[in-house]
Design a protein around this ligand. Structure first.
Ligand code: NAP
Length: 342
């Protein structure tokens, strides 16, 4: 058994994490922190969670015995806490974006703050297990990927490794829980219900993260355009990823669905949470699970390969992936605690 704590446990990702960890056979829950609900019982704040513990204020001393700490704070608020915990000897899984970008100079432009710990950025491992499993095993700090990048990168990695990609367009639709628990005009029920729209059509914060990781997978930079959409559903992201490329020193792009299917099933062979499907998947198939489902379609008339990817933003896109990372770090079976719907 390992002791674990969750900092920022009352947010959307914190609540799913609490649910997953409470049902995890290798884990003993230590501190669950909150500033807004300090002293309240978890089950009173989230009646669906059968957890008797009370929320406590964040103080490193309260989690001194925790080997693993998950930090679920908003971006720009997470890094001081993450740094304090890593410096204090904990292994930390940060769900925010504060350690995902390898180039510290990008933080002022994309996240509005000067990053005070480039040393920890250099050390942090990007927590996409399908691409970085070995590095995660040894990591002190895991930067858990963003929800949109998780769906897009799992869709792109096999193509990026095999073919020279010329252009990638990520057209992604997310449920409202992607915005966290604080309501706003644009996430209000009356605005979202029975409605559908794009937002941040150019310059969404997840763009540099996708660009960074796609370049690493491809071996060189690939132009990428990303458009998010807001779906009138609570959970899930469906991404349609359009790819053009091939040749330029590598093989010609394949538009044969069977060949593409083979490429992806070989790339993800043995991966417990990535399923390549002949039929295109829908959100409902993965909601409340840690699965990513993918389907491929070659469109030779337009010269595009289309990859459809679905995940639950709060599970494979956040808290489930965070538990998967902890399982790898702790030497547990990677699927432990991730087999039920949350
Ligand atoms: N939602 C998703 O689908 C998703 C997916 C992947 C990654 N993420 C990332 O994971 C992190 C947590 O996301 P979330 O959706 O759980 O967010 P959330 O619902 O807004 O919860 C964040 C929690 O952090 C605490 N907090 C501490 N300091 C805060 C501050 N200065 N301002 C606001 N809240 C503060 C709050 O709890 P108390 O008030 O109780 O302290 C709040 O409940 C974010 O960095 C987010 O970008 C989210």
């Amino acid at each position: 058994m390992v002791k674990v704590s969750v900092v920022g446990a009352t947010g959307f990702t914190g609540a799913v994490l609490t649910d997953l960890l409470a049902g995890h056979a290798g884990v003993e829950l230590d501190a669950l922190t909150s500033s807004s609900f300090t002293g309240r019982r978890v089950a009173d704040v989230f009646p669906h969670l059968r957890v008797g513990a009370r929320y406590v204020a964040y103080e490193p001393a309260r989690m001194a015995d925790s080997e693993y700490v998950f930090v679920c704070y908003p971006h720009a608020k997470a890094h001081p806490v993450v740094a304090e915990l890593v410096d204090g000897g904990h292994r930390v899984i940060d769900l925010s974006a504060d350690f995902r970008l390898k180039d510290a100079t990008l933080y002022p432009e994309w996240y509005g703050f000067e990053h005070p710990r480039p040393d920890l950025i250099g050390e942090a491992v990007y927590g996409l297990p399908e691409l970085y499993r070995d590095e995660i095993t040894r990591a002190r700090l895991v930067a858990n990927p963003g929800c949109f990048p998780t769906g897009a990168l799992l869709a792109l990695a096999p193509l990026a490794e095999r073919f020279c990609l010329e252009l990638v367009v990520v057209d992604a639709k997310s449920g409202v829980s992607g915005a966290g628990r604080a309501p706003s005009d644009t996430t209000h029920f009356s605005h979202v219900h029975d409605n559908f729209k794009t937002y941040s059509e150019v310059g969404h914060r997840h763009t540099p993260e996708m660009v960074q990781e796609l370049a690493l997978a491809a071996g060189s930079p690939v132009p990428l355009s990303f458009t998010p959409h807001l779906l009138p559903v609570h959970r899930g992201i469906l991404s349609t990823v359009y790819c053009r490329g091939g040749a330029e020193g590598g093989p010609e792009m394949s538009f044969d669905n069977e060949e593409l299917y083979q490429l992806y099933t070989e790339f993800y062979a043995g991966e417990p949470f990535v399923e390549v499907r002949p039929a295109t998947p829908s959100l409902r198939e993965v909601q409340q699970t840690n699965s990513c489902r993918l389907a491929l379609r070659g469109d030779s008339a337009s010269g595009l390969v289309k990859v459809v990817s679905v995940i639950d933003n709060l599970v494979k896109g956040a808290s489930g992936q965070a538990v998967q990372n902890m399982n790898i770090m702790a030497g547990f079976e990677e699927t432990l605690g991730l087999g039920r719907r949350v």
